[in-house]
Design a protein around this ligand. Structure first.
Ligand SMILES: Nc1ncnc2c1ncn2[C@@H]1O[C@H](COP(=O)(O)OP(=O)(O)OP(=O)(O)O)[C@@H](O)[C@H]1O
Ligand SMILES: [Mg+2]
Length: 430
């Protein structure tokens, strides 16, 4: 995975004529359940600044059947690219937008909105704003410094919030409408009466936020965002197709849903190979997008995928089942490890939860034992075990505020050994 990602970056630095010829090598990750395939995808999405989507292969249906068609993953990728680029562009203009917003807020506070109301779409002139005496510059500066000092924070003011009927459109367009390829929202935006603004009473800081947002929206150039997002999606986009094994059909007589599964594979082919997909932002070429597929392949094997598809994922990565040592590291090392999550959760009730080192070893050992005896569900076993281990503390937490609870190996054994010993019991509980 690291090599694949690095190669994308290297490719950007290669001279242009060669760059066109360098295609990404798509990857299939194969590993038993709970070894962290999806976890890798999630981390990757956070790490890389590239447009990224994760889709479940099992959600797709063959073209012509009810459900999502495979093109929608490319549309989702473009959508992700759009929000990524918009975020970046907005960040660039944020300081400027905040300045303008402050000016507007000062005007509103001084009772003299700078923009006269727009004429109504039906040609009637809007009534002139009531003439209030205009504040002098010094008073306005005073307001401004009060605003900055936060003395006006509790004051309510009225601001215009634009209401484009987005919610209505969302309900109306829903799934299935997306492939029309027209941005309905844009279509409706220019219709009279649709672009209403609504007055809303909000506190001053909230008003500043709304105005900044609005001004930032005016400062960014939507066409530029559009163009850049399409370019990014094409050159650096990554599509993670999870649960690919669920659409691999096994040998033998096929019936019913299997036919459609193979259809999905066939539909995926051109996308992986490189084709053009129409989205509401324009068309994108998928040639240089990186596709990473992942699956447990418990029942099926990669060779059960149709041959054309196998060939388009040249790199196979095998993830080995987790060992006891891995489980210890998974409990200890990640910034958001389960242990830290429980500590943080119980801290909210004033409980100081502590784990001794030997407790962590014992938890990992228990997880490994249970995984070996029943089914190997990888690191997910830690979730069930910790939940069981801490259920007493969790349940009575509210009655024992401000206490330190120390979990050591003896406590772990005490809570879990009976269940682990009894295989039937552990099948149900752990
Ligand atoms: N290598 C790892 N490092 C850290 N945490 C891990 C690791 N592997 C698994 N986990 C933990 O286990 C959980 C389950 O892992 P994940 O969802 O990635 O499994 P998976 O490989 O996608 O399994 P499946 O094939 O069932 O989808 C994750 O939420 C994560 O907390
Ligand atoms: Mg998974």
């Amino acid at each position: 995975m690291a090599i694949a990602l690095r190669n994308r970056w290297r490719r950007q630095l290669v001279s242009e004529d060669l760059r066109e010829e360098i295609y990404p090598k798509n990857i299939i990750m194969i590993g038993p359940t709970g070894v962290g395939k999806t976890e890798i995808a999630r981390r990757l999405a956070k790490l890389c600044q590239a447009p990224f989507v994760k889709v479940e292969a099992s959600k797709f249906t063959e073209v012509g059947y009810v459900g999502r068609d495979v093109d929608s993953m490319i549309r989702d990728l473009v959508e992700a690219a759009i929000s990524l680029v918009r975020e970046e562009e907005t960040e660039k203009v944020r300081a400027r937008a905040a300045e303008i917003a402050e000016d507007r807020l000062v005007e509103i506070l001084s009772g003299h909105p700078p923009n006269p109301r727009p004429a109504s779409p039906f040609g009637f002139a809007a009534p002139p704003p009531p003439a209030t005496p205009r504040l002098g510059d010094s008073e306005r500066e005073k307001l401004r410094s009060q605003l900055r000092a936060g003395t006006l924070d509790d004051q309510y003011i009225e601001v215009d919030v634009s209401e484009t009927g987005v919610t209505f459109l969302r309900n109306f367009s829903g799934q299935g409408m997306e492939e029309i390829g027209v941005n309905l929202q844009d279509l409706f935006k220019n219709m009279p009466g649709f672009n209403k603004t609504r007055k809303q009473r909000v506190k001053v800081p909230e008003a500043l936020r709304i105005l900044t947002e609005e001004e930032a929206g005016k400062l960014v150039d939507p066409d530029r965002i559009n163009r850049e997002a399409l370019r990014r999606a094409e050159t650096t986009g990554i599509v993670f197709i999870d649960e690919i094994d669920k659409i691999a059909s096994r040998e033998g007589p096929r019936a019913g849903p299997d036919v459609s599964r193979e259809g999905v594979q066939r539909d995926i082919l051109p996308i992986v190979e490189g084709s053009t997909v129409n989205t509401k932002y324009g068309s994108v070429k998928t040639d240089h997008m990186l596709f990473i597929a992942a699956g447990a392949f418990h029942v099926s094997k990669p060779s059960d995928l149709i041959p054309e598809l196998q060939g388009r994922f040249p790199i196979r990565v095998e993830l080995e089942p987790l060992t006891g040592d891995d489980l210890v590291r998974i409990l200890r090392e990640p910034k958001n490890s389960l242990i830290r999550q429980y500590i943080a959760l119980l801290a909210t009730e004033g409980i100081n939860l502590q784990f001794a080192d030997d407790a962590i070893l014992e938890i990992a050992k228990t997880a490994e034992t249970v995984n070996g005896r029943t089914q190997n569900i990888g690191a997910r076993r830690l979730h069930t075990i910790l939940e069981r281990l801490l259920d007493e503390v969790s349940f009575s937490a509210s009655e024992m505020a401000n206490r330190t609870v120390r979990i050591d190996a003896a406590y772990v054994r005490d809570r879990l050994s009976e269940i682990v010993k009894d295989e039937d019991l552990s099948r149900y509980i752990l």
